[in-house]
Ligand binder design. Structure first.
Ligand code: ADP
Ligand code: MG
Length: 230
């Protein structure tokens, strides 16, 4: 599957993040409510009570994961467009991911040969996009590995790559990547990639993904570079 490429334009994007997060969180809340009602019954067996409690906790975790894929940084505020220096952002994102990476035996490597890689955009949204991608990379390396961030300038654009040495994806996984609710994980939301793609797309950027089974996956994000000379 070498060289397989997906472009964000092909993806079905849910554009209104605020509206869809409200919708998504409502489902687990509704089921937690139902189970708490059941737990109020007098003739409840211990095993049923434990079962209901387990489901409630799982559903609350699910709500928490949905919120964190959507809204850890990218709050549904009006966009705040500012000058972003890519090295700062990558350092920031790597910091946020460090404890998760350590926990999974993943080493984070940053390769940026150039200062002053500037773009325009909403800093919090870009952080959300990179963190969702980085989290997937870490989750793709259950036995540990390297998570590499690079940034450089090509033809008036800044190209940011996020690469892992993980399990990679099949062609069919690649085709579904970025579509809502597509997840191969036990507790996945299937929303992280969609949110990232939609953020990059709003920045007029492009995302390409290359993946090879058992070798790893690299996301490449291309965004117009802002002229540094002022
Ligand atoms: P989630 O992480 O909750 O499953 P995402 O939208 O973040 O949802 O990712 C969707 C799916 O895409 C994942 O379940 C996984 O199968 C696949 N995927 C995304 N990134 C990678 C990666 N770096 N390596 C392998 N598979 C990936
Ligand atoms: Mg994810």
């Amino acid at each position: 599957l070498r060289g397989e490429i997906i472009r964000s334009e092909k993806m079905k994007i849910v554009s209104d993040i605020a509206a869809s997060v409200a919708h998504e969180v409502r489902n687990p809340l509704t089921s937690v409510r139902g189970f708490i009602q059941l737990m109020g019954k007098d003739d409840l067996t211990t095993s049923n009570r434990q079962y209901y409690q387990k489901i409630c906790l799982e559903e609350l975790d699910r709500a928490e994961h949905i919120i964190s894929d959507y809204l850890t940084f990218a709050k549904p505020e009006p966009e705040k467009i500012e000058v972003i220096e890519m090295k700062n952002e990558i350092d920031y994102v790597a910091n946020v991911l460090t404890s998760y990476a350590n926990y999974q035996n993943v080493q984070i490597i940053i390769q940026i040969e150039q200062d002053e890689l500037l773009i325009l955009g909403d800093k919090n949204k870009l952080r959300q996009a990179l963190i969702n991608i980085g989290k997937n990379s870490i989750e793709a390396m259950p036995e540990g590995g390297n998570l590499t961030f690079t940034a450089h300038s090509i033809n008036g654009h800044v190209v940011i790559s996020v690469g892992d040495t993980g399990i990679g994806m099949t062609k069919e996984q690649m085709n579904r990547l970025g579509t809502p609710y597509y997840s191969t994980k036990d507790k996945g939301t299937g929303l992280g990639t969609m949110v990232s793609f939609s953020i990059i797309r709003k920045m007029q950027g492009k995302i390409e993904v290359k993946s090879e089974l058992a070798k790893g996956t690299t996301y490449m994000i291309t965004i117009a570079r802002l002229n540094a000379s002022k």
